[in-house]
Design a protein around this ligand. Sequence first.
Ligand SMILES: [Zn+2]
Length: 350
Amino acid sequence: MTSWTSPPSSSAERGAPAPPGPGPAGAPTRPAPAGPGLVWRPAPPGPPVAAGAPPAARPAPPGPPVAAARPSTAAGSGAGPAGPDAGLGWPPVLVAEDLLGQGVVAAFSSRAGGLGRPPYQSLNLGLRVGDEVRTALANRRRLANVLGLAGLPWATVRQVHSATAVTAARDQLGHGPPEAKPALAEADALVTAEAGLVLVVLTADCVPVLLVDPAGRVTAAVHAGWRGLAAGVVEAAAAGFAGAGGDPAGACAVALIGPAIGPCCYEVGPEVRDAVAARYPVAAATTRAGRPSLDLAAAVAEALRRSGFERVQTAGECTLDHPDRFFSYRREGTTGRQAGLVALTPAGTP
Ligand SMILES: [Zn+2]
């Protein structure tokens, strides 16, 4: 297995031109809101939100919202509205709709539409958070079904807030059902050029990041919290992505920044803020209440730009602010995990 790491002071950054974007000190640039490609399907979970939020998507189609929108690769088995959990509806997903036609499924899950009971209600996907494993695996199958990825193996890592990225290959995944393969390694990013493999990172406030080069047929998934960011996990993932043949500046290449705790809520001590801001000054922020905070998504966006990504789409939703929509470790402590998932579909570009 190939792995990449990025030391705290990455040589890749020395001598690099000044990154675009960040405003003057004290006026951190907020990430751009969700672009047209990253949309909730079939509709945003939770109660209606205030004006200024993204408009509600169109009503749910009769079938799975994503699988129905692309050439089907689904085996069609397992949990779903026709099964024992009939009546739950399909789990809503925040999906990069414009990638579906390019043979790539890239999406972020919410906490809605699953089977779990408090404090894991309802679509917990984590197997090590205290929830019943059987329930979490059923939730994984529900999510795979809705994304048209039923039956494809999940590649995960034991996330340890490192700056280590590893390659994932089907023949390394070991035994077990597709959604219950053993973790590949201790790492915080996965890279693959293989179709038919679902790269998954699990979060509950940290930033899930997905890298996609549809033309080069390379994907990556990254788990980025403050420790990983300070250590360079995004750059390590980008190095692995490029090493596998991905072109971050390719015409269709895109990086997706999923839902995470926002600068509005992520109050931190000065040592934590300094550790990240030393690398990404744009990350220094203040909460709504005026306390020192971190803008993790802005730090990720800056790391991506430094790594050559020209298209970066940000969900722009704060996990702590949306208890009906997302798990938040900071808000709840004992809670579930949502996911960022990306897969090159076996059929390829239609
Ligand atoms: Zn917030």
